[in-house]
Design a binder for this molecule. Structure first.
Ligand code: HXC
Length: 515
């Protein structure tokens, strides 16, 4: 055996992996190739490819099909901003990136390695789903991936980028991931495609209307980040990673720098942003921008359930998860979708040691038959469960209203908030005074000579008695009442006091979060 000849053979095998015709075919679809995507994401020269010569075992099924070395997926490890990650990238130019037994086995290998070594795993999906020719083996391929993902859940961050179709079985990989990225005009994710839908229901629908980036970013809530181009999307993945620890045993990366002067920054502008008139809305994102490190807020699911805002930011260099009510949208009420959004985000932060800061201004859970009938009780309970169970530092700041169940969910020490801070404008009550008088003074108002006048007086009485932070402060349920200008410094001090928080849990198999 000639040593040199074998090396030449190996070089030839690597060349076979990249077919210029197929690369061109992919480019004509306006998409980057699987390899170009990896190169865009990884630090230069850091990617090491695993299993490039794995092939499908079609012959086992007695099928005569063209085989592709690598089996339509590139897998391996690399560094992103000098931190180790595992990744895979499906190759649509080969059998539509469809997933068979060996393709699935390659993906399972990198997920398992990521979990074992405590590194994030990033999957790039561009696939027609289960490889139809491989029958049950392709379904088992997915089953093995899902099992690996679930094993790795809460151990390492799992990020999925949809960069083409994500059809059928392919959609449950994003469905089981922590974060899903989509690209306008390129990504489509669905369980059953338009043709099947037409055959079953007669409905005619395009791929984009069914499962395009806007649908999942705005309506279904299945995508967390939407970008206009692949390049921007991969930059977004890098930005997200910059907030995350490598695994559940690490703390998120603290940004070191000259924070002392920033730390001292007063928040005078908050008084201009939040209107005196409690009936007036405002943009909570301006409040976030004013309090947290400038430009650090990275919003998660910005287009979905906009009445609640969630995202990652830094406070004097420390990574935090923010949960905030958006007063300018549906008055910041909590509904079914926003409950799901908040609960899932809280559980992610808790799993990966990211402290939580709530900015509370909400009249409560959204009333209405539609919400009741669709299960606001079941969904709202997720928020209670997620917060009560989370053992990371939890700080709540009440700006204006904290009524009813939403107070319990977002601002209650008894449910497990470590520190509750309020502005003097905070109002904590079981419900708004206008609704409360109709219940507790119903008889008196009915029997009164001037019901309107009495109602007004009683509302005023309740407002004066209840709608302030001092009832709760007297009971020790509000720890601090502060001037709004001191918000940033107070939050920083409280956060730093809680960073070494430890909480032990009762031994059990697992709790039963309402799903
Ligand atoms: C095998 C597939 C395939 C699949 C695509 N291809 N999907 N091969 N299994 N699932 C092949 C095509 O035959 C074609 O091969 C090549 O990939 C490119 O596909 P085109 O159709 O030419 O591309 P395009 O027009 O861009 O359409 C892309 C597409 C379409 C919309 C994704 O291919 C499609 O509808 N595929 C099926 C999607 C689907 O229903 N998947 C569900 C599978 S069942 P050639 O040789 O011509 O280049 C499943 C189980 C669910 O996933 C499990 C749930 C947990």
């Amino acid at each position: 055996m000639s040593y040199k000849k074998e090396i030449e053979k190996l070089n030839g095998k690597w060349q076979e992996l990249e077919n210029p015709e197929l690369i061109e075919k992919q480019h004509q679809k306006g998409k980057l190739t699987a390899r170009e995507r990896v190169e865009l994401l990884a630090d230069p020269d850091s990617f090491v490819e695993l299993d490039p010569f794995v092939e499908t075992r079609f012959h086992i099924l007695g099928l005569d099909q063209k085989k592709f070395p690598g089996d339509a997926v590139i897998t391996g490890f690399a560094k992103i901003n000098n931190r180790q990650v595992y990744l895979y990238s499906q190759d649509f130019s080969k059998m539509g990136g469809s997933l068979g037994e060996m393709h699935g086995q390659k993906i399972v290998k990198v997920i398992d390695l990521a979990a074992k070594t405590g590194c994030p795993v990033i999957g790039i999906i561009d696939s027609g789903g289960a490889r139809i020719q491989e029958g049950i083996s392709s379904l088992d391929g997915y089953a093995a991936i899902f099992k690996a993902q679930i094993r790795a859940s809460g151990v390492v961050p799992q990020i999925t980028v949809i960069a083409g179709p994500s059809a059928g079985g392919a959609s449950y990989t994003p469905g089981l991931s922590d974060f899903v990225f989509m690209i306008e005009g390129i990504s489509q994710m669905y369980i059953t495609g338009p043709e099947v839908i037409k055959a079953v229901t007669g409905e005619k629908i395009s791929f984009d209307e069914l499962g395009g980036a806007s649908v999942h970013g705005l309506k279904s809530g299945c995508a967390h980040f939407i970008f206009k181009s692949e390049k921007d999307c991969f930059l977004g993945v890098k930005k997200l990673l910059s907030f995350l620890p490598q695994n559940n045993l690490e703390d998120p990366p603290k940004q070191k720098g000259l924070f002392s002067e920033i730390f001292e920054r007063e928040n005078q502008r908050l008084l201009e942003i939040v209107p005196e008139d409690e009936k007036k809305g405002y943009d909570i994102k301006e409040v976030i921008e004013e309090i947290f490190d400038r430009g650090s807020f990275f919003e998660v699911q910005p287009g979905f359930a906009a009445n609640s805002i969630v995202g990652l930011a830094r406070l004097s260099g420390n990574v935090v998860g923010i949960v905030a009510n958006q007063a300018k949208f549906m008055a910041g009420t909590l509904d079914i979708d926003s409950s799901d959004k908040v609960a899932r985000f809280v559980r992610f932060c808790d799993a990966f040691n990211i402290p939580l800061i709530n900015l509370v201004d909400t009249p409560g859970y959204l009333p209405g038959t539609d919400q009741e009938h669709r299960g606001i009780i079941r969904h709202g309970a997720k928020v209670l469960y997620a917060f009560a169970e989370a053992s990371v530092p939890k700080i709540s700041l009440i700006l204006r209203k904290a009524f009813g169940g939403a107070y319990i969910a977002l601002a209650s020490r008894k449910l497990g908030q470590d520190v509750v801070i309020t502005w003097p404008s905070a109002q904590i009550a079981a419900m708004g005074p206008e609704q409360a008088v109709k219940i507790i003074y119903k008889k008196e108002i009915l029997e009164s000579k001037d019901p309107k006048k009495l109602e007004k007086e009683k509302i005023q009485e309740l407002k004066e008695f209840f709608l302030n932070p001092y009832q709760a402060a007297k009971l020790g349920q509000v720890d601090l009442v502060i001037h709004p200008k001191d918000t940033r410094t107070t939050l920083t001090k409280c956060l730093e006091s809680l960073l070494n928080k430890r909480e032990s849990k009762v031994a059990r198999k697992h709790g039963n979060i309402p799903l």
